[in-house]
Design a protein around this ligand. Sequence first.
Ligand code: GLA
Length: 388
Amino acid sequence: MQEKLLEKFKELFGADGEIRTYFAPGRVNMIGEHTDYNGGHVFPCALTIGTYGVVRKREDNKLRFYSMNFENLGIIESSLEDLKPDPAADWTNYPKGVIWAFGEKGMKITQGMDLLLFGNIPNGSGLSSSASVEVLTGYILKDFYGCDVTNQDIALIGQFSENQFNGVNCGIMDQFAIAMGKKGHAIFLDTATLEYEYAPIELKDAKIVISCSNKKRGLGDSKYNERRAECEKALEEIQQYAGVKSLGELTEEEFEKFKSAIKDEDRVKRARHAVYENQRTIKAVEALKNNDVELFGKLMNESHVSLRDDYEVTGIELDTLAEEAWKVDGVIGSRMTGAGFGGCSVSIVKNDAVDTFIEQVGKAYEEKIGYAADFYVVEIGDGPSRLA
Ligand code: GLA
């Protein structure tokens, strides 16, 4: 595959100069959804699928981008003097945003680049194809352009660019999971402090299966920012009675005690999800440490129910995927993953049930929704790297 990308790069941009190849993964979140902007915990892992980038530095200030996933868009050109979000610039707003963000953080980039991308993460699937592009760009600026940053800095700058340049108020989970990924491990991250711990995911007789709903969504046009605002408002209401900085600081009992401060029934539900999901994530990681995969799976199922009933971010597609999965023998746990409203579910499925799972869930989904879902048996991979 790398060969093909290099060939295409040379065909489009010429063969001269130093050309390098990089990779950044996608991510899947096992549990801890919509907790990262509420000061809670998350438990994501990097995948072995992701974004490949072939890149060359330029002597001038031009930026030339090409994606093999959107060949119809052709080469999209811009310049370092013109780092402004532009709807017509499509996906290139992600690398441009990161280059802009490095400048904002005191690392102004003065040499342009030719960059060709290819991603094998299904687009808009909720496996963070955009954060993957952001981290890939940040890693290129570190490794090729010599910017003095750590991988954790790349995650933070990536989030900053997504918030400020692309106008999506996302939390830190996606960029962190991708920049800090470790093969065979999920990352137990406290988003309030950025303290983290790698937890091995040793599923001897089971696999992680991602079911893609094929319902497209973008964070920007989803209710993502609205949910975030609802949680912020609920926190303010609770703060009139409790000295907490985030919903993630509350236990279930504390929440039940203070919830009457929240003056709107929907906001009570949103905040309840944020609090309970955070506690659930802590319990799930504990269960995994005790080798209790069954309990981990049960908590995944509860997470989906809470996202469906309290946070209301699932929709019929994701509900069908999870609910049909729960019916299959050998499914340890299944839930929607990522922002919701479309995208994917993640399931832990016993090895000998994987084929039945794909067949049964696939059939039921297509009958109910009218189009097919896609299934991926995935592996947990490392963070970004230079390949050549
Ligand atoms: C998106 C955001 C993340 C996180 C999840 C929901 O993936 O980018 O920051 O909020 O949704 O858990």
